[in-house]
Design a protein around this ligand. Structure first.
Ligand code: 13P
Ligand code: SF4
Length: 321
């Protein structure tokens, strides 16, 4: 099995020149760039705020710039727009979707919800605005446990759309939430067998995983957490080697903040693909980021009634976080 430790790729002069243009333009336009850890390195470096889904939603609620460029996927930019209905929210590539959000079509979910009329709905933020309107509470992987624990134990809960995160939360909170059958293609691509043999070959390494991964993988992890929690863990833990099961973009910030440590992306089932890269996240490029800031398009546009309804469970999450 070919294992490659993560190394920072060289930045070329074109990237540096484009980054400078973006920084100048965002100052001229008083725009702010929010970027998720799964974005390409050059985008992470021009961001004003870099973080996980919760941190970015919290920053979106705080910033006072008129233009927000969201370097992430559609549901993230949509959330920023719902929180800031009067601001211009731009997404470098409108096709930057999410397999997990797509795995929960609103019409099907509404029927599922109707079958469990005594249950409340907690939805993972990785879902469409329409699903948020069908939810009582929203959560991210950073605050999911806290949100679930804020609900009385006797209350029936539907958790959607991620069945892997839901199963993990059921275990952690000793609940029996009803799970929607959705998942993330990136976190389901990891190979249990290959990870097991890598862990054996690196006995001193800590194996860490995002809770969107499947349960056999989570069962052998030394630590489970959201992207920010994984980052905090590698910064504080004494180990020098880490095998990381989440989208490979986070390794850039891990390596930057711990230059002496070694980070190994967890292997995926299919050796022929870069499956631990989220193809949706990677649709955004530095060039598209520049163009969208320059032309102020593509812009997230949503119906105001939809935004009003979707804002309710998002605000509940922000208050509880
Ligand atoms: P977090 O940002 O909550 O770690 O979630 C990861 C993810 O899959 C975002 O798409
Ligand atoms: Fe969606 Fe998975 Fe990509 Fe996150 S990593 S945006 S959950 S497909």
């Amino acid at each position: 099995m070919k294992v490659q430790a993560f190394t920072k790729s060289a930045r070329n002069s074109k990237t540096i020149a484009l980054s400078k243009k973006i920084i100048k333009l965002k100052q001229e336009k008083d725009a702010v760039i929010l970027a998720h850890y799964y974005q390409e390195e050059a985008i992470q470096e021009v961001a004003d705020y870099l973080g996980d889904s919760l941190y970015l939603a919290q920053q979106a609620a705080k910033v006072d710039n008129d233009i927000i460029v969201f370097a992430g996927v559609h549901f993230m930019a949509e959330t920023a727009k719902i929180i800031n209905p009067t601001k211009k929210v731009l997404l470098p590539d409108l096709k930057a979707g999410c397999s997990l959000a797509d795995s929960c079509p609103p019409e099907d979910f509404a029927k599922f919800k109707a079958k469990h009329s005594d249950a409340i709905v907690v939805s993972y933020i990785n879902c469409s605005a329409k699903i948020k309107t069908l939810s009582d509470l929203v959560c991210t992987s950073s605050n999911a446990k806290k949100i679930i624990e804020s609900i009385p134990k006797t209350q029936k809960i539907i958790f959607a759309p991620d069945k892997n995160l839901g199963a993990y939360l059921n275990k952690e909170t000793r609940r029996n939430m009803i799970l929607w059958d959705g998942s993330c293609i990136v976190h389901e691509a990891f190979s249990f067998e290959k990870i097991l043999s890598l862990v054996k070959n690196y006995p001193k390494a800590k194996f860490i995983a995002h809770p969107e991964s499947e349960s056999p993988i989570l069962d052998i992890a030394h630590f489970i957490g959201s992207t920010s929690e994984l980052l905090n863990f590698v910064q504080k833990n004494d180990a020098n080697e880490f095998i990381v099961a989440t989208e490979v973009g986070i390794l850039f910030e891990m390596q930057k903040s711990c230059p002496k440590k070694t980070f190994i992306p967890a292997p995926v089932e299919d050796d022929t693909c870069a499956c631990s890269e989220c193809a949706f996240m990677k649709l955004n490029t530095l060039e598209k980021l520049y163009n969208c800031l320059n032309e102020e398009t593509p812009e997230i546009q949503l119906d105001s009634n939809l935004m009003d309804a979707a804002r309710v469970p998002i605000n509940r999450m922000l208050e509880l976080s």
